[in-house]
Design a protein around this ligand. Structure first.
Ligand code: MEV
Length: 440
């Protein structure tokens, strides 16, 4: 059995690779070759990537695709998407094209409020704590003045600090529930620095607060951290058109198509098993753009799913209706994004993705990304209620299967053509491939 290693982080990159190859893989030589195959020839660029995280041994590629023809608030965008799943970019592009001739996407940012909390324990008189909070509140704010200065200059900063009594849920548990405006920054570092400043000030001020008895002076800080649940940092994106304009779905009337779409969304509203998959499809679009623009997709994922459960039951993030002959399809989703700081100016592809998006502000990027999620969901649900998902998906997945089988470029061309006229399934592709090989 492999023994634990001390000081792995201090090894050189070469030694880290040798160690992992020798201890955890069957064929160390091949492992080393695979890892090095993904090193960038440009040392400077490689070094930049090495330093993004710790213990880097190589780069992990994802394809970067483009979904063009997104008309958003009358402006045309081509959206960069970093994702490994076939058919996502195609579905987004198809939905974009469909809505481009039907008025495009309309979006609004409903709020940009970020949240952070100082969690602490206090065992004394609650009225005294309330009075202490009033006394200390301006001091909390002034204690972080140097951190907030630049953000305030640009129009952001601390919006509010509230004392919250949580003792009915957990003995002695209180919070400072704080809200922030972080403008074009995602704001994680800014918020966490402010919160740690508040925590320190709270503790020190409590020690010196006359009305507190000895025990009451000992406010125990448990932790200070931003929240990824941001129900007031929300964007809305919508498409709508007369039902009669929903043409282009073979074998089904526009009325039936609209009704099926609404019904499918309503199922996701009442049935959590469906809602999770429905929302996963939305996140296919959202994560791909979040990733391409160097943002934190784990934060966006966590916030989105929490928002989907905000009324006590997990439900759909999109909505659909037919009223007075108008089909409407929309999403409301929270999103904490940055277009400055983090990787945005550091990772060359992130920089480029933002340039392709015409260097959006964080608010604009929220709108673009919500649109990518809505388009993705429209595409997925449209397939589900008409042809089924596999027909399109297998066509897109075809090349992956052919690559796995070791097909040559000629064989690929011939089989892609063949499956334009035949239904693709894994076994059908294997069979057709073998037949073609044998013939040749
Ligand atoms: C697959 O990645 C996403 C879908 O399952 C989404 C959905 O069912 O709505 C197709």
């Amino acid at each position: 059995m492999t023994k634990p290693i001390e000081g792995f982080s201090k090894l050189t990159k070469e030694d880290k690779i040798n160690w992992i190859a020798q201890h955890y893989t069957q064929h160390p030589k091949e492992t080393i070759a695979v890892l090095k195959q993904y090193w960038n020839e440009d040392d400077k660029l490689q070094n930049l990537h090495d330093e993004f995280i710790e213990n880097t041994i190589t780069n992990f590629y994802l394809p970067l695709g483009i979904a063009p023809n997104f008309l958003i608030n009358n402006k045309l965008y081509a959206i960069p998407m970093a994702i490994e799943e076939s058919s996502v970019v195609a579905a987004a592009s198809k939905a974009a094209k469909f809505w481009q001739t039907r008025g495009g996407f309309k979006t609004t940012v409903l709020g940009t409020e970020k949240v952070g909390q100082v969690h602490f324990m206090y065992q004394g008189d609650i009225e005294k704590l309330t009075k202490f909070f009033k006394h200390v509140r301006p001091r909390l704010i002034s204690s972080v003045a140097p951190i907030v200065k630049n953000m305030e200059k640009r129009g952001g900063g601390i919006k509010n600090i509230e004392l919250r009594d949580k003792t009915s849920e957990l003995d002695n548990y209180f919070q400072l529930h704080c809200t922030f405006e972080t403008l074009d920054a995602m704001g994680a570092n800014f918020i966490n620095s402010c919160l740690e400043g508040f925590a320190q000030c709270l503790k020190e001020e409590a020690q010196q607060y006359g009305p507190f008895s000895d025990g009451e002076k000992d406010i125990e800080i448990v932790m200070s951290i931003l929240s990824n649940y941001i129900p007031n940092c929300v964007v809305r994106a919508e498409v709508s058109c007369p039902v009669s304009d929903l043409k282009g779905h073979h074998g089904i009337t526009t009325e039936d198509f609209a009704k099926k779409m609404v019904r499918a969304v309503n199922i996701a509203k009442v049935e959590p098993y469906r809602a999770v998959t429905h929302n996963k499809g939305i996140m296919n679009g959202i994560d791909a753009v979040v990733l391409a623009t160097g943002n934190d997709f784990r934060a966006v994922e966590a916030g989105a799913h929490a928002y989907a459960s905000k009324d006590g039951r997990y439900t759909s993030l999109t909505h659909a209706s037919i009223e007075n002959g108008i089909f409407r399809f929309w999403i409301e989703i929270p999103m904490a994004l940055g277009t400055v700081g983090g990787l945005t100016r550091l990772h060359p592809l992130v920089k480029l993705a933002l340039e392709i998006l015409q260097n959006p502000s964080a608010k604009e990027l929220m709108q673009i990304i919500a649109v990518a999620g809505l388009a993705q969901n429209f595409g997925a649900v449209r397939s589900l209620v008409t042809t089924g998902i596999q027909q399109g998906h297998m066509k897109m997945h075809l090349l992956n299967i052919l690559n796995q089988l070791g097909a040559t470029e000629d064989e690929k061309l011939s089989l892609v053509d063949y499956f334009k006229r035949h239904t693709a399934s894994h076994s059908a592709v294997v069979e057709a491939f073998e037949e073609l090989r044998n013939k040749r």
